[in-house]
Design a protein. Structure first.
Length: 507
């Protein structure tokens, strides 16, 4: 275990305990089967509620965001436990809430969830949403604020089609497991391919045989089941305009859970965003304690057996402390300043990562008034000055036109996703080396270090599956892997989900 690893929580645990527990989990075929077949059952109602609690618009940053649903019914979002009339109520988070309740208990709850999702969809498509799927809201200071809800709408549409098919099978007497296997996910997803349905079919066939090859590398030996490490946004989940509403649809959670459970020894999600706040644990529809493991901050923080394990290599206590205080300052800034509340939903929003804060300052459609964006950035710098007047610990990085970062100055080499891969494989007590096969999934150049890491340890048995990338990036992947047969490229995450589902169904 790394010297730089610590575990959050009252009872300080050792990251290596994951090794032992994971062995138990992985080797316990019975338990695994149970997880696969009814993975949604893993999530109890209580767990659902606890995961709903920090929901999209309930973070402190968003308390001051007035989610306007119509001109006159502007609601100021407040802290507390009561239900809110805001994005969280009519975005696909509801799908996730429904998922845990609906799927395991089959017929009646699946049926109940459908009108709920329909109501969500109807509300998202009401007069406040334009034909190009831009939804006009109001900030606390009554300024119009536009949110692109394209991904939320298509996620709901796909989930509705999926749940209707599911319910149709259940009411005809099909068992839960048989219904799960009978749904034609390809038919649900192919109309949503960014280019064409024919392209979907083509990529699907290729991806299916690629994943089949990956799954078969174990040659039936459970000890040799391969490792899957995947990026999230753009790879397993379509991009969404604002991070805080980037919820995973149900069908994709089911696809991933089944595939990971059936065919992999270790399946890990490695993202740049944080674990919480909102982070991947708030946005995924998968059970957070398996069969996949989740990380944030490029693999610097992992959620292992109910605890947050942090790798703080190169970051001083002083740096951590400054970042924490800066985070508090940002919460206060968004709460106190009516114009700034909207920034909770601008792109990345406010993301607290292990070594930095990533702050959205403009949307891809340039919806934010440039003057407001400019004064927000000035306010960020002013708050940084309060925390770190001598600029010893924190560094302001205007990363892109859409977001800025407040980064803790750190010692040592740069951390990238390769470090994250190494840490999770180590924590699981496994190795990247042969004879086991490694599959890396990604969609941008920031995912290449993961491929490099796999190749460095296991040149003959590393595979790469990339989504929607440019020709240049494709070539980089091919060059790294050095064998076109071990590379696969698809146009959207749905192709992967359809292929995974087909393989799981074939068992
Ligand atoms: Mg990505």
């Amino acid at each position: 275990m790394s010297d730089h690893c610590h575990v959050d929580g009252a009872g300080i645990d050792h990251a290596c305990s994951f090794h032992v527990k994971n062995e138990e989990t992985i080797n316990n075929a019975k338990r695994r089967e149970k997880t696969i077949n009814a993975f949604a059952r893993v999530r109890t109602r209580q767990e659902l509620w606890s995961r709903r609690a920090p929901c999209t618009c309930e973070t402190p940053y968003q308390h001051s965001l007035a989610a306007a649903d119509g001109e006159r019914s502007r609601v100021r979002i407040r802290d507390g436990s009561r239900r809110r009339r805001d994005l969280a109520e009519w975005n696909p988070r509801i799908c996730r809430g429904v998922q845990g309740d609906a799927l395991p208990d089959a017929e009646c709850e699946t049926k109940d969830s459908i009108p709920l999702l329909e109501a969500c969809l109807e509300r998202l498509r009401d007069k406040n949403t334009s034909s190009d799927l831009q939804r006009t809201m109001r900030t606390a200071s009554n300024e119009p604020f536009v949110v692109n809800v394209k991904d939320e709408i298509s996620g709901l549409e796909k989930d509705l089609a999926y749940l209707r098919a599911f319910h149709g099978l259940l009411i005809n007497g099909t068992t839960f497991d048989a219904a799960l296997k009978s749904i034609e996910l390809v038919q649900v997803l192919r109309p949503f391919h960014p280019k064409s349905e024919e392209m979907f079919d083509e990529e699907f066939a290729e991806c299916r045989s690629f994943l089949k090859k990956f799954a078969e590398t174990s040659k039936g030996d459970p000890e040799l089941k391969p490792i899957l490490v995947t990026d999230w946004d753009g790879t397993m989940k379509d991009y969404c305009s604002q991070y805080a509403t980037n919820l995973q649809p149900i069908y994709s959670a089911i696809s991933l859970a089944r595939f990971a459970g059936e065919f992999t020894r270790l399946a890990a999600v490695l993202t740049a965003g944080p674990l919480r706040g909102p982070g991947i644990l708030d946005l995924t529809s998968l059970p957070i304690n398996g069969p996949l493991v989740f990380s944030g901050s490029w693999g610097r923080e992992w959620w292992l057996h109910g605890k947050r394990v942090v790798h703080n290599d190169g970051i001083s206590e002083e740096g951590f402390d400054a970042l924490e205080r800066m985070n508090d300052q940002m919460r206060a800034l968004l709460d106190e300043h009516p114009d700034f509340g909207q920034f909770a939903l601008v792109g990345s929003g406010v993301q607290r990562k292990v070594d930095r804060l990533t702050l959205g300052v403009q949307t891809v459609c340039a919806h934010v008034n440039p003057d407001v964006s400019k004064s927000y950035m000035e306010a960020i710098r002013e708050r940084m000055h309060r925390v770190d007047p001598n600029k010893k610990v924190l560094h302001f990085d205007a990363s892109t036109e859409l977001e800025v970062e407040v980064v803790v100055r750190s010692e040592g080499g740069l951390w990238n996703k390769a470090n994250g891969v190494a840490r999770i494989v180590e924590a699981a007590g496994l190795s990247l080396g042969p004879p086991r096969t490694i599959l890396i999934c990604g969609d941008t150049s920031s995912d290449l270090p993961m491929v490099r890491q796999a190749i460095a340890s296991n040149a003959e048995n590393s595979m790469a599956l990339f989504v929607g990338c440019s020709e240049t990036l494709k070539q980089s992947v091919r060059d790294l892997v050095g064998d076109d047969a071990r590379c696969c490229f698809v146009g959207c995450p749905d192709v992967i989900h359809a292929a995974m589902t087909t393989l799981s169904n074939s068992l």
